[in-house]
Design a binder for this molecule. Structure first.
Ligand code: RTP
Ligand code: MG
Length: 136
């Protein structure tokens, strides 16, 4: 398995109040934090970040919400990091996560089907693109 990098975001419903708990889980799982920062994304950058979802029913609410206040961004490194971080996040819908994967970050700190505590890149290519958008 290859060493990969992925982009993690702690979203507005979990940041700042659950930052330390999320970071503890990241370290327990063996990720190396390569870069990290608090960032308040503009609407414009958020729309670029979520380009693939433009036109979806949840796109407007998602981009307004993510750009509404500061969030926390991290570049995580580990073997198979893309998949491992998404496993640690759990299912997209926080209610489903609580039912099916109660130890995951979304189960513990997420709100509902839209506000779900964290983001994880879905491929190595997405990770490269997203890291460039957030960290330059
Ligand atoms: P993420 O990109 O945040 O890691 O989550 P994901 O891959 O599991 O989910 P994705 O399909 O990429 O959706 C991106 C984010 O949009 C919000 N969403 N809301 N209300 C809804 O039906 C709905 N569907 C998606 C979530 O915040 C999701 O993480
Ligand atoms: Mg996604």
């Amino acid at each position: 398995m290859a060493i990969e990098r992925t982009l993690a975001l702690i979203k507005p419903d979990a940041y700042p109040q659950h930052k330390d708990a999320v970071l503890a889980r990241i370290r327990e799982a063996g990720f190396t934090v390569v870069q990290e920062k608090e960032v308040h994304l503009t609407r414009e950058v958020t729309e670029r970040f979520y380009e693939e979802h433009r036109g979806r029913s949840f796109y407007e609410d998602l981009t307004v919400w993510i750009s509404s206040k500061p969030i926390y961004a991290l570049v995580l490194e580990k073997e198979d990091a893309v998949k491992e971080w998404r496993n640690l996040l759990g299912p997209t819908n926080s209610e489903k996560a609580r039912a099916e994967a109660p130890e995951t970050i979304r189960a513990l700190f997420g709100t509902d089907g839209s506000k779900n505590a964290g983001h994880g890149s879905d491929s190595v290519a997405s990770a490269e693109r997203e890291i460039l958008i957030i960290f330059g």
